[in-house]
Design a binder for this molecule. Structure first.
Ligand code: PGA
Length: 249
């Protein structure tokens, strides 16, 4: 059985007091689904969040990391640093990193390798832009994003990889992919995994959907057979909404 996962990507939101307040609210929520719950606060709030959620079933994860172990990379944070404070999962390849920080497939391949070498799990994000979808090029784009950054890996390394399909046109726009569009793409991604690595990897890899998932559309999206969870932005900043989404499983 593939793991169900719902991860909240807080992006550059919430200072320390806001982080503490939201965590208090999250701890008061009732988890009624089998989904694994994760939150990704900013770097400065990872340690306090980790401490506050130590005895709970909410995992604290990072939004990004550098590929190097240490060195002259002003402003960057390494896998080793994350591991040293107890963080063992990282989001890589988010479309905002690709768009605003020029993260390429090649760079992301290096980051994936660094994360795996440091025994971290990766939530690897990818997705097409609106023009790609309009021109019918979306599957091709997604296939290349996955291949370029991940297909140098061994099959056994996929146990530490979670995929997150996030159509760029649906992120923060209030416009979601329809459950059918999500299912169609997730099935395509699973087939791509099958073609490259075979049935075991294809069946065992969780594929999350991200892009304007809200309490009112989560159930329908999560009901699709190839959708194994969600990466949630805006709605993860509200504890009740976030848990309504998680409990939609
Ligand atoms: P959104 O963000 O839920 O606000 O659309 C999703 C994401 O960027 O992961």
């Amino acid at each position: 059985m593939r793991k169900h996962i719902v991860a909240g990507n807080w992006k550059m939101n919430n200072d320390l007091p806001q982080t503490e307040a939201l965590i208090t609210e999250l701890k008061a929520q009732q988890l009624t689904s089998d989904a694994k719950v994760m939150i990704a606060p900013t770097f400065t709030n990872l340690w306090p969040a980790f401490e506050a959620l130590r005895q709970t079933n909410i995992e604290v994860i990072a939004q990004n990391m550098h590929f190097a172990d240490h060195g002259a990379y002003t402003g960057e944070v390494s896998a080793r640093m994350l591991k040293s404070i107890g963080i063992s999962t990282v989001i890589l390849g988010h479309s905002e990193r690709r768009a605003y920080f020029n993260e390429s497939d090649d760079l992301l391949a290096k980051k994936v390798d660094a994360a795996l070498e440091n025994k971290m799990d990766v939530i690897f994000c990818f997705g097409e832009e609106l023009e790609d979808r309009k021109s019918g090029n979306h599957e091709h784009i997604v296939e290349n994003q996955i291949k370029n950054a991940l297909f140098h890996l061994e099959a056994s390394q996929f146990k530490n990889i979670v995929l997150a399909y996030e159509p760029v046109w649906a992120i923060g726009t209030g416009e979601t992919a329809s459950p059918e569009q999500a299912q169609e793409m997730h099935a395509f991604i699973r087939q791509t995994l099958f073609d490259a690595y075979g049935e075991d990897v294809a069946n065992a890899t969780s594929i999350l959907y991200g892009g304007s998932v809200k309490p009112n559309n989560a159930k329908e999206i999560f009901s699709k057979p190839d959708v194994d969870g969600g990466l949630i932005g805006g709605a993860a900043l509200n504890a009740e909404d976030f848990f309504a989404i998680i409990n939609a499983f």
